[in-house]
Design a protein around this ligand. Structure first.
Ligand SMILES: C[S@@+](CC[C@H](N)C(=O)[O-])C[C@H]1O[C@@H](n2cnc3c(N)ncnc32)[C@H](O)[C@@H]1O
Length: 381
């Protein structure tokens, strides 16, 4: 496909996304209907689509409309490319830009791709980091690996990956973290991955698990395990009696296979029974810290949805707290940047429940390199 044809395909996919189809679904459907497109074409179209979704407001202003076509016109203008060079109308390229599609300069919040209603809470949470964080969220996230330190060290894995044309370097956020600098697309077919020596996991996610007070022999519950990213990271840290739970057990369906690959044992439970030495609650949240990976989430969040999430977070904390042993730890984590889901939830918990001591609160933002994350540790007195 020519560069212009790839843009035309991205416009088609974006129009579907703007009318309510999830980007992954719209991309898959486009691929099925256009089997002639090669893997290079598909990944280029995917990159166009996700870049446009990360920068939806600014590109819409620059492109003169919040449509697939407007977003792609805006994308080219943002990159300093005259759209007329690719919007030629020749072959499968989109028709040339019309006079009414000249677009305009975005205002301050548009330029930061920040929804208006979210600017005050994000400013309150991030202070002087507000604008730099919003700019970071306009860019693609780095690819990180978690080295299974129970089985191999970072230097050996870097050498092993290099033999499969994957370049990676240590990342300072966690002792297990590697940032992949080339060959990202080969990771899941590499032998290091197949043998459970590495897992794909964001560096802040790894840092969160590294901050947990885990020691051999502890009974530990991952209360919101999902796919089990943090469950497996905990298993690599110490010899634990580890259990995984999720309100939607289907979300844990890949966990047994992943645990086997990593060489660890995890018991799945639908009805956890304490007491546990540590319960991790990686609660459902706005995902505002990971909008680089899931840019649709930024535009889909509403005040009502945020309020509903806060209620779920409080409920999960209360339920999980009941499972923690005396002197045990409740670990509360989100991939949110918002105080409403972080510090305020911890304060709410402490106002409802007696006998807990907050021992750590730590926030990560994309300026640290990984996703935005929050971790609080609460020790039962
Ligand atoms: C942020 S995700 C967890 C991600 C996972 N810990 C990881 O590292 O891959 C939150 C999870 O909480 C689960 N969840 C939602 N409501 C819950 C509840 N009331 N109790 C337990 N889990 C819940 C969701 O199904 C979802 O899998």
């Amino acid at each position: 496909m020519t560069p212009g044809a790839r843009i035309a395909a991205a416009i088609e996919v974006l129009d579907r996304v703007l009318s309510g189809t999830r980007a992954e679904v719209a991309l898959t459907n486009w691929g099925r209907a256009n089997r002639f497109a090669g893997s290079g074409d598909r990944s280029a179209i995917r990159d166009h689509v996700f870049a446009a979704l990360r920068c939806r407001r600014s590109f819409a202003a620059l492109g003169g409309a919040e449509t697939g076509r407007g977003l792609m016109l805006g994308a080219l203008r943002a990159a300093g490319t005259d759209p007329a060079t690719l919007f030629t109308g020749e072959g499968h390229a989109p028709p040339a830009p019309a006079a009414h599609e000249a677009g305009r300069a975005p205002d301050t919040l548009e330029a930061l791709d920040c929804p208006d209603w979210l600017a005050p809470p994000l400013r309150a949470a991030l202070g002087p980091d507000f604008a730099p964080v919003m700019v970071a969220l306009q860019h693609r996230a780095p690819v990180f690996l978690r080295v299974n330190l129970a089985r191999i060290d970072r230097a050996s894995v870097i050498a092993r990956l290099a033999t499969e044309d994957i370049e990676a370097r240590p990342h300072p956020l966690a002792s297990s973290a590697l940032e992949v600098t080339s060959g990202e697309r080969r990771i899941q077919t590499s032998t290091a991955y197949a043998e459970g020596l590495v897992e794909l996991q964001d560096a802040s996610s790894q840092a969160v698990v590294e901050a947990l007070p885990l020691t051999d022999g502890q009974r530990v519950l991952d209360y919101c395990a999902g796919g089990g990213g943090k469950t497996l990271a905990m298993a690599a840290r110490a010899r634990l009696r580890l259990e995984a739970h999720d309100a939607y057990p289907g979300r844990m369906r890949d966990l047994p296979v992943r645990a086997k690959r990593a060489g660890v044992q995890v018991r799945l439970t639908e009805a956890p029974r304490g007491p546990y030495d540590l319960v991790l609650t990686d609660v459902p949240c706005s995902g505002s810290g990971s909008w680089r990976r899931d840019p649709e989430g930024k535009w889909a969040l509403t005040p009502d949805r945020l309020a509903a999430l806060q209620a779920i977070q409080a409920l999960v904390m209360d339920r999980a707290a009941a499972l923690v042993a005396p002197k045990g730890v409740l670990a509360y984590a989100t991939c949110s940047l918002l105080r409403e889901e972080n510090e305020a939830r911890v304060a709410g918990f402490l106002s409802r429940q007696e006998g807990w001591l907050p021992t750590l609160q730590r926030r990560f933002t994309p300026l640290d390199g990984g996703d935005g994350f929050f971790l609080a540790l609460l020790t039962r007195c």
